[in-house]
Write a protein that binds this ligand. Structure first.
Ligand code: EPU
Length: 420
């Protein structure tokens, strides 16, 4: 796992990034896959799991429930023969929102699940109503008991469930519960993110009967039991997008190996609209910025729309585009933490409600900034890479949550970056 001892990242900017970089497995999809390991008593092996702090935290959550979890490089072995009936410790759950994904599997397999409210990045209200209403619709008695959410059911029963919002974690949690329910569950307004589609693929390999993964309607025919699996996680589309944008921001030419074009339609379309050359290359995608780099307007919405996780890195890149760009954030209400940091580096950005207006191109200047969440952190890294002089980034544990081997990868692309 990535060390947490280094606290600052120092970037001496102004070098166009050039070359090839290979991305890791998807952070979020790996978290879902770890939680899925609780659905079976048989061994589960996961490959291409990124070496980032969140994975270690999720492994701790599973261990706290009695599962055996070992991590060797990018391979994770899980064996959850039995669970101990304990509740995951509140401090662990507070560190990681995905830890709430233990609820669906525990409820489905053991008829009872309890978990404190989860934490995660401070990027909005992030309620749990979609998860809890889903469990309830499947027949569980769901209540808050002291510091915990508790769900109980002698046997879950399949039904038609409309999700109030296509919440990603909510979809996955309800899906987990439905795999072992009696009868058929239809999830309407399901999240269609590739990470959800991957979870469906993994569950089907474990013996589940699920159709419609990657669409807004998922149908689950409940089965009695799920089996072990040896499964390779999909590449991280957000990490891929971030490196493509690092190349664009610095006026460079970057090939990202593992970038899956089909998962990045919205980014590719917006970059082409901005006059950036984006084309498939062997094993991935290439983005090269020529002389023209035009402002664009976009909204961050659920998949397949522009990813909220790429909003902040895109904004950093757009500080270098000619004209006025507008980004409207429509997923999380507190995604704009990066704005103040970029402004302190010289960016001309203003906000109005959930919209951000960026005037460019603007020269950026190195200064001391903070990584306020994982994607806000990526934005200041990109800004630092284009800035004149030295940028010092504090609170980089946030960045380490989403970007494995960041310094090594950026260095390979020609950046001057180090940890202190
Ligand atoms: N929402 C509800 N009710 C719920 C749950 C969510 O209204 O029960 C609302 C939230 O308030 C928010 C919106 O739905 O406005 C989106 O939240 P969603 O539940 O889809 O997000 P999430 O599942 O908590 C995951 C990723 C995020 C990513 C979002 C959107 C994980 C661990 N997190 O969060 O990733 O931004 O989906 O794609 O998978 C990141 O990687 O940096 C990150 C924050």
């Amino acid at each position: 796992m990535t060390t947490k001892t280094a606290t600052r990242l120092v970037i001496r900017g102004g070098r166009p990034l050039r070359g090839r970089v290979t991305v890791s497995g998807s952070k979020n999809a790996s978290l879902y896959a770890l939680a899925a390991g609780l659905l079976t008593a048989e061994p589960v092996t996961l490959r291409r799991v990124p070496a980032i702090a969140d994975i270690g935290e999720m492994a701790e959550v599973l261990r706290s429930l009695g599962a055996d979890v070992t991590i060797e490089d990018e391979t994770v072995h899980i064996e959850a023969r039995e669970v101990n009936g304990r509740v995951p410790p509140a401090d662990q759950v507070a560190a990681l929102r995905a830890s709430f994904l233990v609820m669906g599997p525990l409820l489905a397999r053991f008829g009872e699940a309890a978990c404190p409210p989860p934490g995660g990045d401070v990027i909005g209200v992030r309620p749990l109503d979609v998860h809890l209403a889903g469990f309830n619709a499947l027949g569980a008695d769901v209540r808050r008991e002291g510091q915990e959410f508790v769900a109980r059911a002698t046997r879950l029963r399949g039904t038609r469930i409309f999700l109030d919002y296509p919440s990603v974690l909510g979809t996955v949690n309800v899906l987990f519960a439905a795999t072992l329910a009696e009868g058929t569950t239809t999830i309407i307004n399901a999240a269609a993110e590739p990470e959800v589609a991957m979870a469906v693929e993994m569950l089907n390999l474990m013996g589940a009967k699920i159709a419609g993964g990657g669409t807004n309607v998922i149908t689950v025919d409940g089965v009695e039991v799920l089996h072990g699996v040896d499964f390779t996680v999909i590449p991280d589309r957000i990490e891929a997008g971030t490196y493509l944008l690092a190349g664009v921001a610095t006026g460079g030419d970057v090939e990202v190996i593992g970038a899956t074009p089909d998962h990045l339609d919205s980014l590719i379309t917006k970059l082409r609209e901005a006059q950036v050359l984006v084309e498939p290359c062997e094993g991935g995608l290439r983005a090269a910025r020529g002389d023209r780099f035009q402002a664009v307007q976009l909204q961050a919405v659920p998949y397949p729309g522009f990813a909220t996780d790429l909003h902040a890195p895109m904004a950093a890149a757009l500080t270098q585009a000619s004209g006025v760009s507008i980004i409207h954030e429509r997923v999380f209400e507190n995604r704009l933490l990066y704005v103040g940091e970029l402004r302190s580096m010289g960016a001309r950005i203003t906000t109005g409600g959930q919209a951000v207006m960026i005037e460019g191109p603007t020269p950026l200047f190195g200064t001391s900034v903070r990584a306020l969440d994982v994607r806000a952190g990526a934005a200041v890294v990109l800004a630092g890479l284009c800035a004149e002089g030295e940028t010092t980034i504090r609170d980089i544990t946030h960045i380490d949550r989403g970007y494995a081997h960041l310094v090594e990868r950026l260095t390979a692309l020609g950046a001057d970056v180090s940890r202190e």
